[in-house]
Design a protein around this ligand. Structure first.
Ligand code: ADP
Ligand code: MG
Length: 325
């Protein structure tokens, strides 16, 4: 089973940033309002994620690290309309099979916490451990037992950069959650929670004041589709190809067809060759989009891709045209 988990880890866990992504998404699925991420050596030495979410009962700790034992979907119907970020039940067993791992938690409503160590996929015993309500996952020495993968890890700075960029992507989508990142004992990023700051404030906090001022607000819904967010105006001074954020039902994804629609609307209205910076959130009935296309869930498949392309194009085209009128 360890071997199967290690093979799965090859798909889910590419580098420290993918571990951070999976663990933070679990914290969000558990309803966390504050998430602390502590790293050492770009996450290669240590990744520790602590949340204040619902927690896991001591008896359920072994289940959480068992393969395909997700608590999030119970039927195929659920898979048709996934509302959580996770659903495959692969992340914890995969990560635990390629690291020195510990899952510590206290379920809300329980008096005490407990911890389960897993070393390279070998489960230890569940023992009591003091912990506030919520969960802490520790991942030490990533890929220590898979030298072939360890070889592909890059310099500390590079791995940290990937984590910071992913965290920025998340911060834009979840202004309701306070996020803190520390590296080698030093605070490195902090996105305020303040019990849920406005999205606009989080945008400014994340992408800078200029972005929040030199952009056009988008907010449109029709035929069960909604698009909201911000698209930069030509007055925005930054090179913007690295500031293109697209979310589908709250999930950050890459999609060529939508990226094309945005670029085309921009070019058609503003006759502007530059790539527009944007933060756009598309919402639709989860039944119209398949998120189970890729283990890391970077891509989705739309049931009616053409319609969605045209909706995005039309929405942005009309909004941008207003600025020229
Ligand atoms: P998935 O997220 O696809 O369900 P994971 O392997 O990521 O699979 O997690 C397995 C299970 O462990 C989850 O379904 C959930 O029940 C539990 N779990 C993991 N992380 C947390 C957390 N931070 N808080 C509460 N429960 C968690
Ligand atoms: Mg998960």
């Amino acid at each position: 089973d360890t071997l199967i988990n290690q093979i799965a880890a090859g798909e889910v866990v590419e580098r420290p940033a993918s571990v951070v992504k999976e663990l933070v998404e679990n914290a969000l699925d558990a309803g966390a309002t504050r998430i602390d991420i502590d790293l050492e050596e770009g996450g290669v030495r240590l990744i520790r994620i602590r949340d204040d979410g619902g927690g896991i009962a001591a008896d359920d700790l072994p289940l959480a690290v068992a393969r395909h034992a997700t608590s999030k979907i119970a039927s195929l119907d659920d898979l048709e309309a996934v509302a959580t970020l996770g659903f495959r039940g692969e992340a914890l067993p995969s990560i635990a099979s390629v690291s020195r791992f510990a899952l510590t938690s206290r379920h809300n409503g329980e008096e005490h916490g407990a911890t389960l160590p897993v070393d390279g996929g070998r489960l230890g015993n569940v023992v009591p451990k003091a912990h506030p309500p919520g969960t802490t996952v520790e991942v030490r020495d990533l890929f220590y037992n898979v030298p072939a993968r360890r070889k592909f890890l890059r310099a500390e700075r590079t791995e940290l950069g990937h984590i910071e960029e992913w965290l920025r992507t998340l911060a834009l989508a979840r202004p309701d959650v306070e996020l803190r990142l520390s590296h080698n004992g030093k605070a490195s990023r902090r996105y305020r929670g303040d019990g849920g700051i406005a999205t606009a404030a989080r945008i400014a906090e994340t992408l800078g004041e200029e972005f929040s001022k030199q952009t056009l607000r988008i907010d449109h819904a029709a035929a069960g589709l909604s698009l909201h967010g911000w698209i930069a105006l030509p007055t925005y001074s930054r090179a913007s190809a690295d500031q293109q954020y697209l979310y589908v039902n709250g999930r950050s994804i890459r999609d060529r067809s939508i990226a094309h629609a945005v670029k085309q609307a921009y070019a058609d209205v503003l006759f502007h060759g530059r790539q527009p910076a944007y933060v756009l959130f598309l919402e639709l009935d989860p039944r119209r989009v398949d998120v189970n296309v890729h283990p890391a869930k970077h891509e989705v498949r739309f049931r009616d891709a053409r319609l969605i392309h045209d909706f995005v194009y039309r929405t942005l085209h009309d909004a941008l045209a207003q600025t020229r009128a």
